[in-house]
Design a protein around this ligand. Structure first.
Ligand SMILES: [Zn+2]
Length: 322
């Protein structure tokens, strides 16, 4: 049971998060329009806006240019106030990028992952690259809200890579290693989930509340977005559709079973079948973000967390955003 003051504090945090996200998505926007959209009173909006300006998260950018009545000051997200690090730890290549608060890539470094090398070397190279990219960007560490990592295989909610068949790894606590090294929030998720998140926020999934993102490469994986959020399911393996048997008499799969989706399906075959089932419900939208899709999604794992109420709690309690 929460104390009344606890409830008030929670409401305050939810309202701050609501206003911040509205400015991020709909800005430039006036205080009056924020009040109208959120149904919060003008004075509540005004207090929250003052707080967000003081935290450097939003800024005033001049007046509305047209319309009847008095002109209002517009507010927008200060996208340069803070940054996120995105990592795409791929089987062949690794990309490390820094994005602004809107998930736009500001700088990136790429190198061959070298999955034949041992685990320690791969992790050591990743830590070194993160240090180097921050150093060369000139961005201060306290301006970085977190690190998001997109990695292959099955990953738990703490960021431990439980099973990574492509690398031959098991139980690698990558999230823990990065947190210990950099002392900032770290979020590790499956790479197809990161791609689905990137498409949801910035790409073909914008404005679509519920969709399934299917990635067809060497394997087949899916990312499920429900109500605009990634859906992980009970064991964090919702998208692991590649080894679902579709034909018991089909060819042998690398997992030992027969006729898995992964050995049966190709991109064109899926498209053809989906359209033949129902042209009405099956709409296939190609990836719109290209090569940076995964790394943008990875950075957004950290950004999305920052914009949630749990992180707004941190804003109000600490002197800085961290
Ligand atoms: Zn299989």
């Amino acid at each position: 049971m929460y104390a009344t003051t606890g409830n008030l504090r929670l409401v305050q945090k939810i309202n701050r998060s609501l206003v911040l996200n509205l400015i991020k998505d709909k800005g430039p926007i006036s205080r009056a329009d924020i009040s109208k959209t959120t149904k919060l009173t003008r004075s509540t909006v005004s207090n929250i806006v003052d707080y967000l300006i003081q935290k450097d998260l939003i800024k005033e950018i001049g007046l509305t240019s047209s319309g009847v009545g008095s002109r209002a000051i517009l507010l927008k997200l200060n996208s340069q106030a803070y940054h996120a690090i995105g990592v795409d730890l791929g089987t062949l290549h690794t990309t490390v990028a820094i994005t602004d608060l809107l998930g736009r890539v500001e700088t990136k470094m790429e190198y061959p992952t070298g999955c034949q090398k041992d685990k320690d070397k791969i992790i050591e190279k990743l830590l070194e690259t993160i240090h180097n990219i921050v150093k060369s960007s000139g961005i201060e560490w306290q301006k970085i809200v977190g690190i998001g990592v997109a990695a292959p295989g099955l990953i738990d909610k703490y960021g431990t890579m439980l099973i990574t068949p492509n690398f031959g790894w098991r139980d690698t606590p990558l999230g823990g290693i990065l947190r210990k090294q950099f002392h900032i929030p770290v979020f590790v998720d499956n790479n197809v989930n990161a791609m689905a998140l990137a498409e949801s926020e910035f790409g073909a999934g914008q404005g679509v509340r519920n969709f399934v993102f299917i990635n067809v490469e060497m394997g087949i994986g899916a990312g499920v977005v429900i109500n605009g959020e990634l859906f992980h399911g009970k064991n964090n393996c919702t998208g692991e559709i590649g080894h679902t048997t579709v034909d018991y008499n089909g060819p042998k799969c690398s997992c030992g079973n027969n006729g898995c989706l992964e050995v049966m399906a190709s991109g064109p075959a899926i498209a053809k079948r989906a359209f033949s089932v129902s042209a009405k419900v099956a709409k296939i939208i190609p990836v719109s973000l290209g090569k940076d899709c995964t790394v943008i999604g990875a950075a957004n794992l950290a950004l999305k967390e920052m914009l949630k109420i749990t992180k707004v709690v941190t804003f109000s309690n600490a002197g800085s955003i961290r």
